[in-house]
Design a protein around this ligand. Structure first.
Ligand SMILES: Nc1ncnc2c1ncn2[C@@H]1O[C@H](COP(=O)(O)OP(=O)(O)OP(=O)(O)O)[C@@H](O)[C@H]1O
Length: 331
């Protein structure tokens, strides 16, 4: 399959020098990305996850042309990013959750004016994109505020707008919801969903928040030690790792553990509150319906497993299985 993003056997090896004595230095090689092969079609929204040091940032840096691969072939929109970085820059946007691309001391609007000039965005297009971002990301009251005075959530929305003013075809998002409150997270996710649906923007999303993936991506890739370990739907990732979600049930009064069909089970009871574990790949709806029909239910909520735990379980189960890692059939 040809893809908008294409990687064939991509590698990145870093030479690291370490001081081992007064005059002695040791040279070591770090293989950050190893034989990485995948395709992302135009308009896809893909989660790119893995443990710390797995090689995610290195991949994104190669996709944006900041780093040159040590081996293999990499193309974005048919362009080799490290050779034609400037040409590609006009077609891509990047948002780093932990760093800002905005000018710290300037009001937000001044950063947008600078982006306008830097990318030579035609006036009408700039105006239309700015208007749309300001409306959907609720930035109207923030435009005259210096960036350093913005809250994390406000700054993140400001950064996303800055990355989209030139209408990029592909957006790389690194932890776009990190540190945001529930309301800001929901707003950012809704905006990204609409952007993808309306404009067909291709999105590669790196995150430690499983709900980002669940709500935005139909496909997730897991990388570990620079290698692709899983490529498929999130439900499949849960299945491989046999991960579980938790249904927290508040009954109207204290009762013995509720009776539910296996594999769901009550794992904790505290007064009228009960915690039930059930397979993360399954819907909570039948379980909720059954409890609501048979018990005096006051309230309930579903808790997602931690993304690190899901990845750890999946990698553990793959290491114990002789078969190759799950591949995406239609990739
Ligand atoms: N410039 C560099 N020089 C030497 N080693 C590097 C360099 N950049 C990354 N590495 C190493 O390459 C490996 C992959 O790092 P990378 O930052 O891509 O991981 P990551 O998946 O993004 O991790 P995190 O989730 O912690 O951000 C790590 O072992 C890291 O120490």
């Amino acid at each position: 399959m040809t893809g908008f993003i294409e990687l064939d056997g991509v590698e990145k090896v870093f030479e690291v020098r370490r001081r081992t004595g007064l005059l002695r230095r040791e040279r070591r090689q770090v293989r950050a990305v190893d034989s990485l092969t995948f395709r992302v079609a135009r308009g896809e929204m893909v989660g790119y996850i893995g443990p710390n040091g797995a090689g995610k940032s290195t991949t994104v840096k190669m996709l944006t042309g900041i780093l040159t691969p040590s081996g293999g072939r990499l193309r974005v929109a048919g362009i080799d990013p490290s050779r034609e970085r400037t040409r590609l820059a006009h077609r891509m946007g990047v948002v780093f959750g932990q760093r800002t691309t905005l000018w710290w001391d300037l009001p937000l609007i001044d950063s947008y004016r600078l982006v306008h000039r830097m990318y030579r965005i035609p006036e009408a297009r700039y105006r239309a994109n700015l208007e749309r971002c300001v409306e959907l990301l609720e930035l109207a009251d923030l435009l005259d505020v210096p960036v350093r005075q913005l809250s994390l959530g406000q700054r993140m929305r400001g950064d996303i707008a800055a990355a989209l003013l030139h209408d990029p075809e592909v957006l790389y998002l690194d932890e776009p919801t990190i540190g945001l409150d529930v309301v800001s997270k929901a707003r950012v996710r809704e905006f990204l969903r609409d952007l993808n649906a309306e404009r067909g923007t291709t999105v590669l999303l790196t995150t430690h928040d499983l709900q980002d993936i669940e709500q935005l991506c139909s496909r997730v890739m897991v990388i570990d030690h620079g290698r692709l370990m899983y490529d498929g739907p999130l439900a499949g990732l849960h299945e491989v790792g046999e991960s579980e979600r938790t249904l927290v049930v508040d009954l109207e009064r204290e009762l013995p553990p509720v009776a539910v069909p296996a594999p769901a089970r009550v794992v904790r009871v505290e007064g009228p509150r009960q915690w039930l574990a059930f397979p993360a790949a399954q819907s909570a709806a039948p379980l909720v319906a059954r409890i609501a029909a048979e018990y005096p239910l006051a309230d309930l909520s579903v808790r997602e497993p931690d993304i690190e735990a899901v990845i750890a379980r999946m990698l553990h189960s793959l290491r114990d299985t002789p078969e190759p890692p799950a591949e995406r059939a239609s990739a």
